[in-house]
Design a protein around this ligand. Structure first.
Ligand SMILES: O=C(CO)[C@H](O)[C@H](O)COP(=O)(O)O
Length: 233
């Protein structure tokens, strides 16, 4: 069950998970750079190895922010044209449920994150213990939608039992994703069957992608007070 951590303790645990994930990177790998605060810690550790120890890797980033961070350390950035499959992607999650069913997208980067994770031989999740849940859905599910379709998709989501809310920036303006879409944060359903929900979302016209990552992660590195626990599907 999820345990609440203090801010400082959570930061320490995220760092532990990031350090453990760094051990998975081998010279010559093409890696996927995740997004969010935990993935950022891993990118920084990885970048230091590239910059200071000459680690030879290439990377594809799951967000403009992560790409900028990677480049700042001199991590060579490649493309799917040059590197159609990745050896390893490390990324965070908002919720981790049994079977490594995930909710992602809290940081608004779910579309490219799912593309990068799905193109990876191994997708590893890094998180602190507070992200562990028995059922997905306490964290509002992010759904990325085409802007003009938002009213139609919101209506369908309400019919499904969700309460969709257009994500906004601090100034109240609509949050626009790296790909120019909107995000609806959908609360109200504690999921007994995430796969059934995902299938319904995949069928909705105007939905670009959603934050249910099912059957993609192969390993989760969960940092708890006693250390890093490795969870597999
Ligand atoms: O999916 C994501 C961004 O879209 C993040 O990986 C997720 O929100 C977890 O972030 P953090 O490590 O900061 O808790």
């Amino acid at each position: 069950m999820a345990m609440e951590n203090t801010g400082g303790e959570q930061a320490r645990l995220k760092q532990l998970a990031a350090e453990r994930a760094l051990e998975l990177v081998e010279p010559g790998m093409t890696v996927g750079l995740g997004s969010g605060s935990t993935a950022t810690l891993w990118i920084k550790l990885l970048g230091e190895k590239v910059r200071d120890q000459g680690l030879k890797i290439r990377a594809i980033a799951s967000s403009d922010d992560s790409e900028k961070l990677g480049r700042s350390y001199g991590i060579p950035i490649t493309t799917f044209e040059e590197s159609p499959s990745l050896d390893l992607t490390v990324d965070g999650a908002d919720e981790v449920a049994p079977g490594l069913a995930l909710i992602k997208g809290g940081g608004g980067k779910l579309l490219r994150e799912k593309i990068v994770a799905s193109a990876s031989r191994i997708f590893v999740v890094v998180a602190d213990g507070s992200k562990q849940v028995e059922k997905l859905g306490k964290f509002p599910l992010p759904v990325e939608v085409i802007q003009m379709a938002e009213p139609l998709v919101s209506r369908e989501l309400r019919e499904l039992g969700f309460t969709p809310k257009i994500r906004t920036n601090q100034d109240g303006s609509k949050y626009i994703t790296d790909e120019g879409n909107l995000i609806l944060d959908c609360s109200g359903i504690l999921m007994d069957d995430p796969a059934a929900i995902a299938a319904k979302l995949d069928a909705m016209v105007g939905v670009v992608e959603h934050g249910l990552f099912l059957g993609i992660a192969k390993l989760a590195l969960i940092a708890q007070v006693g250390g890093v626990v490795e969870r597999t599907r």
